[in-house]
Design a protein around this ligand. Structure first.
Ligand code: GCO
Ligand code: MG
Length: 402
């Protein structure tokens, strides 16, 4: 089973996506997501110029060997561009293997460990009243877990609060827009929001919150402590995590569980966080962490340390990534939660897929392979549009993490 064609498809059905499609000599195709928000063309070039020429003629059944060929063979290891490109190839090869076997990919990963994949949606609004109405909307839709983000009085815009409530699209301009941030205003306001949400919805709804890398460890300790009465499922990305050691300081101050990992590209970014039990959920996902092969390795390490999965599932991860994530989610023993931000109707049309949402759960496709494809003719109707993520400054103008 040799790879005879490899196409890199860039399309913008509402937002940019990069997809790799592999074709074998026996006519099977496989797809892999290669979207790196705001840096899409770098991955497209990495694939087109450096990976595709080496794929033609390779045995499509050798997934592990191809992973190592691309990882060790590049000499330059790790990094989001490399690992996203490797992920796209790996995902497409798993898709092909499933089709060759006539089985959904989760069967090749060991079969089901659960009936459905619990997902969380994003309730967000400027005001607390608005937030309560949005949480109610998700509860009505059947969600069992809801991420809550509220506007901060005194700040013109806040991460996670969007105009369109079902789709969040922060990459909003060709050149980064600039937001203003105040840790003091945020820390003063946020616990009160959760007090009202918990009061209104009772103890059983799982509540989450994304800090989006904005605090120092001691500030994060204070936030976690102030949120303890509202029993969050997790506090996400409380600090930038380059310094894995610093998570210990947060741990010393709060029992609010911690989830980190959406910007990680591999196991070396979270090894210490996992083995020293400094986090509770690892949020790496298929497209940015080296594909199904490598993410499985991360989740298996995490299982040894009672760390559960919590894969990133924002709108900038295509339905191809979501399909792949769901096969892993349903198979691994240490699944925690899956983020699920909906895609626009245009995106869903470009990427026909068999996964579906029902009663708070996503269910992977039962078709052989991943159960997702790309309509290349339709994709061609949506040309690439430059779009960058915003930057963030403190009120005095200092550049801060976005
Ligand atoms: C999340 C994320 C996203 C990111 C986005 C960047 O938890 O869903 O933080 O909202 O900001 O994926 O591309
Ligand atoms: Mg996040």
């Amino acid at each position: 089973m040799k790879i005879v064609d490899a196409r890199v498809i860039v399309t913008c059905p509402g937002r940019n996506f990069v997809t790799l499609k592999l074709v074998t000599d026996d006519g099977l195709t496989g797809v892999g997501d290669a979207t790196l928000n705001g840096r899409e063309l770098a991955v497209a070039s990495y694939l087109r110029d450096h990976v595709v020429p080496a794929l033609i003629g390779r045995d499509a059944s050798r997934i592990e060997d191809t992973w190592n060929y691309l990882y060790k063979g590049a000499y330059w290891r790790r990094g989001p561009v490399t690992m996203t490109a490797i992920a796209a190839v790996d995902t497409a090869l798993w898709d092909i293997k499933g089709k060759a076997a006539g089985m959904p990919v989760y069967q090749l990963l060991g079969g089901r460990s659960r009936e459905g994949v619990t997902v969380y949606g994003h309730a967000n609004a400027e005001t607390v009243e608005g937030v309560l109405a949005e949480v109610a909307r998700y509860v009505d839709l059947g969600y069992k877990a809801v991420r809550v983000q509220a506007g901060v009085p005194g700040l013109a815009t806040t991460y996670g609060v969007s105009g369109d409530k079902m789709f969040y699209e922060p990459a909003d301009a060709a050149v980064p827009t600039e937001a203003v941030w105040s840790t003091e205003r945020y820390l003063a306001h946020t616990p009160g929001v959760f007090a009202q949400v918990r009061d209104e919805f009772g103890p059983n709804l799982r509540l989450l919150h994304d800090v989006h890398h904005r605090l120092t460890p001691i500030e994060a300790g204070r936030l976690g402590k102030s949120l303890e009465p509202y029993a969050l499922t997790w506090m996400e990305d409380p600090t930038p995590a380059e310094l894995q050691d610093s998570l210990r300081l947060i741990r010393q101050h709060t029992t609010t569980p911690i989830a980190i990992g959406e910007i990680f590209s591999g196991i070396w970014d979270c090894q210490q966080l996992i083995t020293e039990q400094l986090i509770d959920y690892i949020r790496a996902t298929v497209v940015h962490a080296g594909g199904i092969t490598h993410l499985r390795r991360i989740f298996d390490l995490a299982a040894l340390y009672q760390v559960r999965s919590g894969s990133h599932g924002a709108t900038d991860l295509s339905p191809v990534c979501m399909s792949a994530a769901l096969h892993l989610d349903v198979a691994i023993p240490n699944f925690g939660l899956q983020e699920y931000m909906r895609h626009t109707a245009e995106t869903d049309a470009v990427f026909p897929h068999g996964y579906h949402f029902a009663d708070g759960y996503l269910h992977p496709s039962e078709e052989p392979g991943l159960g997702v494809d790309i309509d290349e003719d339709l994709a061609a109707a949506f040309p690439y549009r430059p779009a960058a993520l915003p930057v963030n400054r403190l009120e005095d103008g200092t550049l801060h993490s976005w």
